[in-house]
Ligand binder design. Sequence first.
Ligand SMILES: C[S@@+](CC[C@H](N)C(=O)[O-])C[C@H]1O[C@@H](n2cnc3c(N)ncnc32)[C@H](O)[C@@H]1O
Length: 341
Amino acid sequence: MMGPLPPSADDRLIWDMWESQFRLPVATVADEVGTFRALGNAALTTAELASEIRVDERALGIHLAALASSGLVEKRDGRWAATPAARTWMHPDAEGYWGGFLFRFRETIPMHAQLLETLRTGKRPANAQTGGPEWERGHMTQEAAERIARFMHAHSMAPARGAAAQSVFGGISSLMDVGCGSGVYGIEIARANPRLQVTLLDLKEMCSEAAKFVEEAGLTGRITTAGVNMFEEDWPTGHEAHFFANVFHDWSEETNKLLARKSFDALPSGGKILLSEILMDDDGTGPWYAASFSLLMLVGTLGKQYTLPEFREILESVGFTDVRASRTGGGYYSLVSATKP
Ligand SMILES: C[S@@+](CC[C@H](N)C(=O)[O-])C[C@H]1O[C@@H](n2cnc3c(N)ncnc32)[C@H](O)[C@@H]1O
């Protein structure tokens, strides 16, 4: 018998497919700005390279991670260098230089122009499609909320199942899912932990959408919603843990410290903060699935994919302790946890 199958915790095949859209344009952009010539001739820090090729340093760091996990550059002792393959085929002075062939894709692949603009300016491309998510204004139309909820629901189904299987949720009785989107994480975690009460927090338009998913899941009794602007309004209190999935990656370190501080203040002593995120390796050189996701954040949000040491710095700076992380088995995701002493 054929037909649709239920979701599993492993959607990496789909992630590999959509993230492949970045593989070629991140290299054609590096070709255009002169990365392979510069790093083929000398090993440079991110700051040195940014100044030599006149691009934004933060954006360059994100691009270099994607190039490293594509096998085109490597990082040793804090300096980046082109790999032998890149010096052979991507150095403009190399006999085997591929630039003559790859040149045409600068025009034919729209992502090239978007990545180039972010690299040169450090800012998002100024077109309507990627001009920043509606939530950055603190409110959105109901149509935008509906579209974002559907987008996030598909994106987060497998990692939500992976997160829900983690034992930490068995030890608590109340959880607040902050920036819940469709509520997919809160719903899956509630399903897997029948004694758990969940509050879904998001902007009020998004909460209306999440409520529909909760009703469909038959969990209206155990999951409630709270339409709250997480930056500007007080948070509901009384939860043993706060959960954030794909929220910190939308924002800068500074904004994340503000969120972490609000969480710390609203949690009881012994309370936990939990982050579901795709982590960069500690040295910021990959892996590809994190580096390419970070390119999406660069083009579409104010954030990036973080490393565990970067999360540690953010969380410890507001008072959390015992920061740790492990892969959940939900796609490429990890669960970062920390405790309020
Ligand atoms: C990338 S989505 C993550 C959704 C969900 N956690 C997931 O992983 O599927 C970020 C969410 O943060 C919410 N958000 C952004 N700014 C917010 C604010 N000021 N207050 C409350 N929620 C906000 C957005 O509406 C959106 O649902």
